[in-house]
Design a protein around this ligand. Sequence first.
Ligand SMILES: [Zn+2]
Length: 465
Amino acid sequence: MKDVIIGLEVHVQLNKLNSKLFCGCSTKYHDSGPNTHTCPVCLGLPGALPVLNRTAVEAAIKVALALNCEIAEQTLFYRKNYYYPDLPKGFQISQYDYPIAINGNLVIEGDSERNIRIRRVHMEEDPARLVHKGPIEKSKYSLIDYNRSGMSLLEVVTEPDLRSPKEARQFLNKLRNILEYLDVFDGYLEGAIRVDANISLAGGARAEVKNISSYKGVEKALSFEIVRQKNLMRRGIKVVQETRHYDEARGVTISLRTKEEEKDYRYFPEPDLVPFKAKDGVPKIKETLPELPDAKRRRFVEQYNISEHHAKVLTSELKLANFFENVAGKVDTNQAATWIADVLKGELNYRGLGIDAFSPEHAIQILRMLEKKDITEKGAVQVIRTLLDEGGTPAEIVKQKGLIKVGTDVIARAVEEAIKENPTAVQDYHAGRNEALHFLVGQVMKKTSGKADPDAVNKLLREKL
Ligand SMILES: [Zn+2]
């Protein structure tokens, strides 16, 4: 989609830090009651003074380095002034014209590799969370939970380099992947990521869709916008520049008719926090950077001699990559890659489970049984499914379900029987009809309850016919 221009502003909550951005309140509020993780600073009480969390700054620099950004020599915080019930002090502490990092990039792999430029990364505090009773438009009242207030947010702003909703999603997946590798972010927690997406079609004005809170939502909202803007253009109606809200339940975007501009926020430097030199910390932080997804992918291909595709799937989550490395040392690496990336990952996805739900020990046991040809591939899939659905151990399941592969003598007997019982198929086979062989293989498999190795059956049938 050459004529589609998309830029993203991604708000990432650094929810794995221990304390909030400007106070000592714990960030582990997700299982606690409302307003239990608060203090005068994050409640925005008059006279409360913010103290910058050093670990949050280090985490921000880590992320910026992983996104190949230039770190600012000197950076500072601003007050972004607006009033909203989730922001009781009337301003949000954010960054403005001296963000902590600029000019980065991130490569996404779709059909081909694409370089997406990152304009800036800046730090800010998260506002509180509004909880509406029922659907927002019918809600009689709203409640405010200040547990989220003051959490460290990073805003990652891209250049308008994305060309389709799918690319926007690929960008978000890759960003999430990097953040999880850096161990600063848990993408599964509420409010972990919120996206504002700018989108325009060639020749039209830009719409900004605000506050989309899921990866799928971003792709859907952008797809909706493309159709909406195309329809307007087709009918000769001008697309106006505006801010829109994405209604997740209905899958549509709605005009908010608010047109805030930068000047409306009356940015001015936060007088309670001093400017600081971000770049000074870089050399030390660089040493702590872990191996990132792209580097790990290249290493997997080289070290384990597995396909690019498998390496990509296996490094798409840090936990999955660790799982693979745990298993790969003990069995054939290619077989391990195939079974983990293609089969196990598929079974987990189908059940909405993560790799934590499966033990590497069990994977090793199953792969060894396959290597020794004790079970068939079909049997191995059955073991995996049973482990996920009912639990147990591979050895128990193989025994209970009678999955031990039948020996050659049993196969030979079944082959002989199948030939004797199906003379027409045998004739057809000799007449050159290949489907007759498939039929006979099927008969043998039936006689052995699917526990014979199909290759061995095939080979023996050809010999005997
Ligand atoms: Zn606090």
